[in-house]
Design a protein around this ligand. Structure first.
Ligand code: UFG
Length: 334
């Protein structure tokens, strides 16, 4: 049904973006990737055109939108490190906000009106509620979170006067990997908990540092809502369908509604890998809220989003499998 529907995937060589490309291909769409490869990896992309360039390059965008009749644009090309955003705010506003503005401008000039944006739980800051739903106050506490809020505000303002139709999907902690092991999570330098824990399990690092064990949680470590990357990608497909059917604007949390502490992640990974995974307790990371867990019932009710991989075990097992497959592939490539 979707055959040859072209979708521009900006940031398609990154972690979530590359899983989206695979999901689109499997669903019969025709993804085209634009990525500056500052964080992404070209080798993750198979049988897809990858244009290397910037969202801020108007001429390049004009060429791309002229070459392809895109039905939609999916935007995964934000910088995502909270601490980096505090250190280099301009870099974050330049890439996450100004370049996105350019992308929207060119896209609308070419009469492409469906836009799906990767937003974040970071828009809520540190809300004092057990489950965060979309009615929670928008109160970001760092430039990264503020950059996401700025784009959401822009989308509302533009959609009020232009034919733009958009979905802004607020991910909690994206985790896991393609269950078939075709793709993995890879940030350089790696800063995300599950890949770091698995690196320690595989002996690629000596230990993991837990950023604080004195939070007001059961075991003192931070609690996050880990949500499988394939479930996130599936929500994008559902959002795209809804846009095509005429929905004008959508804002949804994407999470499982269940939280796991850093310690629980380590213990689960120990059980799955059989490895010791040594850890040390370090200082809390600036700007880390104690607990972030989603109420994603709106996406479930309105998009019919059904979570396939709710268990942390699956996320860790799939991440591990993908690491092993990639390890083998890289050895062969070398
Ligand atoms: N953590 C450690 N040690 C580490 C790395 C992480 O203890 O070496 C802890 C963090 O303190 C946090 C948890 O593990 O409590 C998860 O940390 P991640 O760095 O994996 O993820 P974050 O929760 O910091 O951030 C992620 C994305 C953001 C997004 C946010 C939304 O990177 O872009 O989820 O919840 F905004």
């Amino acid at each position: 049904m979707h055959t040859n529907q072209a979708v521009l995937v900006v940031g398609g060589a990154g972690y979530v973006g590359s899983h989206m490309v695979l999901t689109l291909q499997r669903a019969g769409y025709f993804p085209v990737v634009l990525d500056n490869l500052s964080k992404g990896h070209r080798h993750t992309l198979k049988n897809v055109e990858c244009v290397v360039g910037e969202m801020s390059d108007t001429e390049l965008l004009n060429q791309l939108f002229t070459k392809y009749q895109f039905n939609a644009v999916m935007h995964f090309a934000s910088f995502i490190e909270v601490s980096e955003s505090i250190q280099f705010p301009l870099r974050y506003y330049q890439n996450n906000v100004a370049a996105t503005m350019n992308l929207l401008d060119v896209m609308l000039q070419h009469q492409v009106k469906h836009f799906i944006f990767s937003s974040s739980a970071a828009v809520y800051g540190q809300p004092n509620v057990a489950l965060i739903d979309e009615t929670c106050a928008i109160a970001p506490i760092n430039p990264y979170g503020r950059s996401k809020c700025m784009v959401e505000a822009m989308l509302h303002d533009i959609a009020a006067v232009e034919p733009l139709q958009f979905a802004s999907l607020r991910y909690f902690n994206a985790a896991g990997a393609d269950p078939e092991g075709q793709l993995s999570e890879c940030h350089e330098p790696e800063s995300h908990l599950i890949p770091l824990v698995l690196q320690a399990a595989r002996g690629e690092r000596s230990h993991i540092t837990i950023f604080g064990d004195d939070y007001l949680t059961e075991d003192g470590t931070c609690i996050r809502d880990y949500v499988h990357v394939m479930d996130i990608c599936h929500a994008h497909l559902l959002a795209l369908d809804a846009l095509v059917k005429g929905r004008k604007k959508m804002i949804y949390n994407l999470g499982t509604g269940r939280g796991h502490s850093v310690m629980q992640v380590i213990k689960t990974a120990r059980r799955i890998t059989g490895a010791a995974i040594p850890f040390v307790i370090g200082s809390p990371r600036v700007g880390d809220p104690a607990i972030l867990v989603a109420d994603a019932s709106l996406a479930m009710a309105e998009l019919n989003w059904v979570i396939k991989y709710k268990a942390l075990d699956d996320m860790i097992a799939h991440a591990l499998k993908a690491m092993k497959v990639r390890g083998v592939t890289l050895e062969v490539e070398n």
